[in-house]
Ligand binder design. Sequence first.
Ligand code: UD1
Ligand code: UDP
Length: 413
Amino acid sequence: MALGDGSSLRYARPRPGDSPGTRGPLPRETAGDGGTALGRSGIEARRRLRRRMSATITHVLGARPNFVKAAPVIRALAALGHAQRVVHTGQHYDERMSDVFFVQLGLPKPDLNLGVGSGTQATQTADVLVGMESEFIENSPSLAVLYGDVNSTIGAALAGAKLGVPLAHVEAGLRSFDNTMPEEINRRLTDQLCDLLFCTSPEALGHLAREGRPDGAMHLVGNPMIDTLIANLDKFDAGSARAAYGLGDRRYVVATLHRPANVDSPERAAGLVRALYEVAAELDLIIPLHPRGRATLTAAGLLDAERVHVVDPLGYVEFMSLVRGAAAIVTDSGGVQEETTLLRVPCLTLRPNTERPITITSGSNRLVTRDELAAAVLKACDDGPYAGELPPLWDGHAGPRIARIVTTWLAAR
Ligand code: UD1
Ligand code: UDP
């Protein structure tokens, strides 16, 4: 193992004594009623909210992929003159999981950080729900925009829906049909609660229709994560990424792994590390390690193989620079399946299913098991990417499309 570029495995962690939900500023109390008004009189709280509803659009962001998706939407709404507010739930809080994206993607500094931090599914979602309820009562927006499928997304959706805050969901309608993933539950429920449903791929419209969502709410707009990729393309420097890891002109593979099913249990982590060793027997393997799997994968010996370079999570530009120059990617990330589709880098997804099947039909993504991994990586490196037609509207203009639809929708209310 080498820490290649001199990065150390440093992770900011909750301080001793912190409990989930105590990081960062606490949510403000419900104005004027000691935080109990909703319990006593939900109807009165809703009325007060409506009276105070401003023309502001509030974006709720919490985890790494949210930042990448929100940047072009916020930029496009700003260009049309909308007043906006950014609330960071604090679900992700390490500098390399959060701040670096605000800097590199030019996101506005959050107006509020709820500081919910890490916790179980229930505590994290509940802390977002409570925090967003206070936020929506104090600063009731004309529309709240929610992103993706993380616990911050569903927490904010529940808080907003119960207060009658109009809601938009960016990346609506994706389905893995695998309820063992918390994200699938978050997606389905969020889509039931939102008034505007922005879809990144055509099959999402069918899923939403079958779940009873009205036609008028759904919009195929393209993919804001791809907007961010296209906007930053000229910053992705594969040469400097190679130099940082001493790769010369050798072929290399990048891996990102953070799904509970892959990294949470010591047994699964050990199986995963064995599969990664098989890959590293053939090629250099660079792993920007998500904090979720750090303990289990390290205990399973991830750092012990010679051609495995384990580093901290990377900033967006550094990560995409590495991806751009890679012979293949191994991942369980949702976003990375899409980014490799656009960059036409072969992608092996270590999952039994994907909510993004369009990356398989339009790109060079393939679902693989741990046992198949090494052979699949070698074959993918030799075959190169499938150069099929890209998904419709993945053209860098999803943000402006969303902004125009939001503007028209708000004007009609
Ligand atoms: C979350 C999302 C997942 C998304 C991923 C993006 C849910 C249910 N899951 O998973 O859909 O793909 O974000 O990366 O919302 N940690 C840190 N520092 C941080 C953040 C987390 O050390 O800044 C560690 C903590 O030990 C924490 C663990 O990572 O317990 C998991 O974080 P969490 O936000 O609960 O879920 P992710 O696995 O990151
Ligand atoms: N990413 C990054 N640095 C890394 C790993 C990922 O910038 O070290 C970016 C990646 O390019 C994509 C986003 O993070 O834009 C995806 O986040 P993640 O895989 O954590 O979440 P998912 O998409 O699986 O929900």
